[in-house]
Structures are given as structure tokens and as C-alpha cells.
Write a new protein. Sequence first.
Length: 290
Amino acid sequence: MAVTVQECLELQLLEVEMLLSMFPKKGEINLYEDAVPSVQRYLRNTDGALPPQLEYSIAIDVGEAKVKVELQVLLPHMYPHVAPQLFARSNVLHRQQQLQLNTCLTSHISSLDSGELCVYEAVQWVKENSLPYLENSKTSSESASKEVVVKETLHRMWIYSHHIYRQELRKKIFDCAKKLNLTGFCLTGKPGVICVEGLRENCEEFWRAIRYPNWKHISCKHVENAETEGSIDDLRLFCAFEDLQFQAHGDYGLRNDYHMDLGQFLEFLKQHQSGHIFQILFGVEGKLSD
């Protein structure tokens, strides 16, 4: 008998309840946005549109030093009959170690029987198998600290979208930027523009998080890198992650389809040493009115 989406979502909620009972402390499990209530509302009335995919993270203590490794979980609607999207990250892991850890985690999960709930299995695997990667990372850090000159690179991404309106999407953008220590801005309206700057791995994780699973009409138009022997904070063009909402014009009807004043946006870019980005984003040279 074919398994239904409803049956899968019911299993997903049961698994969340089980995990909450196993990780009861504040901060151990972080449920994203309106995740569980949305699924619950759908199960009460399955005639409507499917809810957003269930998304949460689990903070895992690894080793005697209890180093934190965060397991990010995104569940397709047909999980557990479709593999979950899992990503383990830690501030003490270098990019290569983090990549190796996640490759092994994905391999382990794919070896399990289809149709079985496996998030707790993933938690246990991370708890039992992360230590070698953490120790290798510590060794690499100690070796790097002996170098006379340590260079850091600031990564800056310029992201263009046809529009950015939805409050829940904007909340995700701002929460993600804050969590990853990124500065820049989000220009709300039509068009929508996002700039994030910080460590490369954090920028790339931000890009992966906001565009998943299927944000249409969004692209990374340009990437900039700047190297320094000091702190990357000295290279930032923005001191925080700003909410840009310039004067709008156009139709304020049901579609809320309004255009932002691009002249004001160009002036903002020039104030932040980024006037050249206007042409990259929109294909035309920006000119300020007299």
C-alpha cells in the first residue's frame, strides 16, 4: 500500500515529540519558525496546501570537553520514506573537517533501511563519531597559530531576487544572518537584494539555508573576497545587517507588487563604497538625479 504524505507527517511529529523528551533542556532543540503548528494545522485539514517542510536543529555535546556540534535537520514531506537533509556544523571545525564529517554522516544514513525514523540515529552517530574531526581541527589550529603571519579572508556575496515580500522569509534571512555573524543588508520589495559579508563558510551556509528548498528567481550575482593579516571586521563595508526599505512606488493592490526607488538604493551603495555593484545587479549603469 502506498504511503501518504499525511502518514509521513504524523510520524515526523511523533519523532519531534520523542526528541523533545530526550533533549528537554532549553536550547538543545531549536524548532524553526512555525514548523510544528503548520504541520498540525495541515493534519487537521488535509484539503489545503502542504505545510512548510519541518525544520529544526539539535545541539549535541561531544567528548569530555562537551564541544557543541549542531545538527541541522530539514525533513522532506515524504520522510521517513525519503532521506532527510542533515548537516552537522561546529565553530571549532575547519571547512574541510566539516565536509568530511557530513560526507560520512550522509553515507551512514543512506545505509539505513528506508521508512525508518533516523534523526535520533543521526544524533547518536554525530555524538560518537565527531571527536576525531574535532581533534584534527584542534591540531590544525595549533599548527596554524605557530605561523608568523595568519591571513584571513572576508567573503562578500551580492544576491538578487525578483522580489522579497513575505514576513516569514524576511525573518529567516535576518535570523540566519545574525546566527552566522554576517553583516550587510536586505532590500525588501521588488526587486529584492541581499548582501552578506563575513567568513566564507558562513556566507555559503547562509546562501544554502535561504534558497533551500526552492526559492525561484534568486541568484548570487557577484562575489568579492578581500584578504587581511588582521581581523576581517576591518574589511567590512557594513557594521550590522540592515533592513532597507526605501520609498516605493507602483501598485499597492492585492499582489503588493511595488517597486523600490532604485535611485535611493544607488545612493546607499555609493555611501558604502559599492556603487559598481548597481550595474552588476541590474545590467545598467546607475546615475543619481541632480
